[in-house]
Design a protein around this ligand. Sequence first.
Ligand code: ACM
Length: 416
Amino acid sequence: MPYLTIEDAPRFRWRGLMLDVARHFMPKEGVLRYLDLMAAHKLNVFHFHLTDDQGWRIEIQRHPRLTEIGSWRARTKTGHRASPLWEEKPHGGYYTRDDIREIVAYAAERHITVVPEIDVPGHSQAAIAAYPELGNTDVIDTTALSVWDTWGINPNVLAPTDNTLRFYEGVFEEVLELFPSEFVHVGGDECPKDQWRRSKTAQARIRELGLADEDELQSWFIGHFDSWLAARGRRLIGWDEILEGGLAEGAAVSSWRGYAGGIAAARAGHDVVMCPEQQVYLDHRQDPGPEEPVPIGWVRTLEDVYRFEPVPPELTPDEARHVLGTQANLWTEVMEDHARVDYQAFPRLAAFAEVAWSALPDPAERDFDGFQRRMTAHYRRLDALGVAYRPPTGPLPWQRRPGVLGRPIDGPPPSR
Ligand code: ACM
């Protein structure tokens, strides 16, 4: 090697990857492997999406039914949300406290912080199936709910009661014991307010607190955990819906529905992680052709990801300082195993990692040809690591299944 000096430093302190282990469980060994892949790409925040309607994945000693009941579903929708196909087989799994300790330590050895997410007050059907009293019992019979077996936005949300707050304080106490991260993610996304509108208990709470509406009730709920975490020396982060109805004092925001939430939060002096779904949701299709195994969402090619810019030009330099960094998100509704996760993640995660680390020029001026030339060597490294990436040329590893799975049906959701 010739003598040389390398001067290098990351552009952002938060270079994240979110993995959803609720929709499809990834056994511990798979998570450790992803931590290795993150470290190989200098990513340093692992956002661990541990709970959702379709599964609760972390052992909580004081509430054992969360995993006894909440970590298994009876069957699973196959493909995107409009698919008529099902896999009639139980799916589940969870991480024990020892598993979590091992994951957190393995990450730390690789300079990766694990940020746990417990999603409230929406995306909670698995918890309600385990403990029906957590739901809006004056609106529906929550004892009839099971861990959800399909995809989409779920109407069965937590009841805004003292009982729910105490229950989740217990959950978060155990979470804090296991995860030393400064930030703790509380979700806050996609919480339909219909049950709260119909619930006498929720309406009474709105009146008692002098709130204007259900959005403010959600803010109160999130605000409770903001203060609760702050009192324990931690900081709350949530999806950008937590802006609706007023952002809690110390909260940081994961801006996923585009840049707007992140811009509003940064202007109000809150820290932000930019992860707009139009750019860095790696579950979305990576090619407009019909070959993608389950082609959901927007088309985001490797080049699109390489040209992604985390800091929107609307922000002044002072406001832009609140952008802690950026994160790619892997939601796993249509990724049932490692190979599918690899296929969605790579090679786009390599492009994302370069965006998160390097001070690249304006998106239009970025040297994508140069990136692709460098990828020629990097594909060999990915081969050596056994990564089932989407090949840049040649046949795809997927045998197209006839019918629903091969057709691009799920376009961008009309509401976004
Ligand atoms: C999200 O994609 N619901 C954060």
